[in-house]
Design a protein around this ligand. Structure first.
Ligand code: ARG
Length: 592
């Protein structure tokens, strides 16, 4: 398929064709015929590992081709069956016990780079599965509590996951499932009543909600009496008491304003649809479970649902009649599947909630709202952010780190470093520092498998060398700066592109290598879609920027006979880098 940008499928196609010409039944014999990316670029781009297994199978059935006496012979026979005039692969060599290594033809790669330049964008992967409606439940902080580093992870990963799914044409519903209905409100309302006894519907202007929360929590932990009324308050609130609802609303509004500030700074788009939204959708859900005989009533009267493989049940209604986290999530999943008509739902929280979500998914299958085939349900559970001491990330005084402070610090460090080292005009410094500082915080998180914990370190995330956003943003700006210089020397990439005269050639080794890396984009996106881990894109863009840096170091661009083609290649690399930054939620800058 000539319109398929996947290098993996292109290389596989060549290998499979050759293999089938020798052994038409190879696939049905269970031989892995597809191509793999070479671990070490020194040996080749992609490789075929089929010869070893194929030799064994054919030997066993006595059907080895004449002259084939070893896996290496088998590999040579497959390589010989690939016609040299194939448009895709070149430089076939047989290595080790029978690996066939190959390189992409420069002409094949340059065709794709030229089309990238014509379109101004890399080709999107061609997927066999159609796109659809996807709910991504992310960020989801708790009202009245400060957003903490854990929510930062969910926010950063979630935004990127949304962008990737949108890029592939899905209709993405970005949902902020804020904790606006939990037990904390019983306590907050009680504290409000006790601290402001002559409150007649008038609610004091609480600016420091964190402090307020802390004090309420302290009383909650200290007084059994307070604890008891708090719990009753929740039930009353959930039953719709007007006075309580009003107090609740005020607390939510204060919190919401704080969250929005963070979202704005970080270019996050998310729509609030919190726990309270599902309050009236819970009773019918309990009825439905009950009607299908799936509810077990505990001694105290709590209504539970057991699912396979879990000893503890989901609790749809507590013994005091109140609803909790489980109740809300069951109502939410039904709503998302049946009303929003999502074919995929993605939840992004810390890993400790893994079991909770597996149980919610299992219960949704048990009652028949979804099946394994009809819907894809994912929970991305991320690890803990740790301080330099390897413990949970805290401030020196032991408090949780406020998100805003953390972001401020990243920006001010960048500002200081730009003032010292950069020549950009004064008025660009702040915006550049924001792009770099926020970008650094995001990339430091996104570049690893989300399940791993990581140590928060400004020094490491702001490092100009290594796998950081700072390094990448510099590499990108360097490409654009070469393009700007080229224009001053009489070759204007933009007008070449506008006139449709853009034609690149990949002759030098590092030009071809860059062309190869540019085209890996499509496979990197496809890989990301399989597990929804944005780090595949980080790995890709990092490798791409190394290839681009090698190219501009090893090949003379300005003033060379190949100047036009090489400047265009710089632009192609910059375009793909920007596309990746965008998918990661990172702003780019054209100069630093
Ligand atoms: N508010 C929860 C927390 O802070 C996260 C909510 C995640 N979404 C959900 N549907 N349960 O941990």
């Amino acid at each position: 398929d000539e319109s398929d940008p996947s290098l993996l499928r292109a290389a596989s196609f060549v290998f499979i064709t050759a293999i089938h010409s020798i052994c038409p039944e190879a696939s049905s014999l269970g031989i892995e015929t597809k191509a793999f990316k070479c671990k070490d670029i020194k040996h080749g781009d992609y490789q075929c590992n089929a010869a070893m297994a194929m030799f064994q199978k054919l030997k066993a059935t006595g059907s080895l081709p004449p002259g084939v006496n070893s896996p290496v012979d088998m590999a040579k026979a497959i390589a010989a069956a690939i016609p040299t005039e194939n448009p895709i692969l070149d430089n076939l060599t047989v290595n080790g016990p029978g690996f066939i290594m190959a390189r992409f033809k420069s002409s094949y790669l340059s065709k794709w780079v030229n089309s990238l330049l014509t379109n101004g964008a890399p080709s999107r992967p061609k997927l066999s599965k159609p796109s659809g409606t996807v709910v991504v439940d992310f960020s989801s902080p708790n009202i009245a509590k400060e957003m903490h580093v854990g929510h930062l992870r969910s926010t950063i990963i979630g935004e990127s996951v949304c962008r990737i799914l949108e890029y592939m044409g899905n209709d993405v519903k970005r949902i902020n499932h804020v904790g606006d209905w939990g037990t904390q409100f019983g306590m907050l309302i009680q504290y409000l009543k006790e601290e402001y006894p002559d409150l007649h519907g008038d609610i004091p202007n609480i600016t420091d909600l964190t402090e307020f929360y802390k004090n309420a929590k302290q009383r909650f932990d200290e007084s059994a009496e307070f604890k008891k009324v708090s719990q009753l308050n929740v039930v009353q609130l959930q039953a719709g008491d007007a006075e309580y609802l009003k107090m609740w609303q005020v607390l939510c509004d204060v919190s919401r304003k704080e969250f929005e500030k963070v979202y704005k700074r970080l270019d996050i788009t998310v729509e609030e649809c919190g726990e309270s939204f599902y309050n009236d959708k819970i009773p019918p859900v309990i009825e439905e479970f009950s009607a299908k005989g799936l509810i077990s009533v505990e001694d105290g009267g709590a209504k539970c649902v057991f699912v396979p493989k879990y000893k503890v049940p989901l609790m749809l209604q507590k013994s005091d009649g109140g609803y909790g986290y489980d109740s809300t999530d069951m109502a939410a999943i039904k709503y998302r599947v049946e009303e929003i008509k999502a074919s995929q739902v993605v939840y992004i929280t810390d890993f400790t909630q893994g079991d909770h979500f597996q149980m919610v998914f299992a219960a949704a299958r048990k009652i028949g709202w979804v099946t394994e085939d009809s819907h894809r349900l994912d929970h991305i559970g991320f690890g803990t952010v740790q301080g330099e001491d390897g413990k949970r990330f805290k401030t020196r005084s032991g408090d949780t780190v406020r998100l805003v402070d953390l972001l401020d610090e990243a920006v001010s460090r960048m500002e200081a470093s730009l003032k010292e080292r950069s020549n950009i005009p004064e008025e660009e410094i702040h915006a550049t520092a924001c792009a770099m500082g926020y970008g650094a915080v995001k990339y430091f998180d996104l570049r690893r498998n989300p399940t791993s914990n990581y140590i928060f370190s400004y020094d490491r995330m702001l490092d100009t060398k290594g796998n950081t956003a700072i390094y990448l943003l510099y590499a990108h700006a360097r490409l654009e700066s070469i393009i700007t210089k080229g224009k001053a020397e009489g070759v204007d990439v933009d007008s070449l592109l506008k006139e449709g005269k853009a034609k690149i050639m990949l002759e030098h080794k590092s030009e071809r290598n860059l062309g190869l890396h540019l085209q890996i984009f499509a496979d990197a996106i496809e890989e990301t879609l399989s597990d929804l881990y944005p780090y595949h894109i980080c790995d890709f863009v990092y490798a791409l920027s190394i290839a681009a840096s090698e190219f501009v170091t090893q090949c003379k661009v300005l003033g060379s006979p190949e100047m036009e083609s090489r400047l265009l290649l710089c632009r192609a690399a910059a375009i793909v880098m920007r596309q990746c930054f965008d998918l990661l939620g990172i702003r780019h800058v054209m100069r630093i």
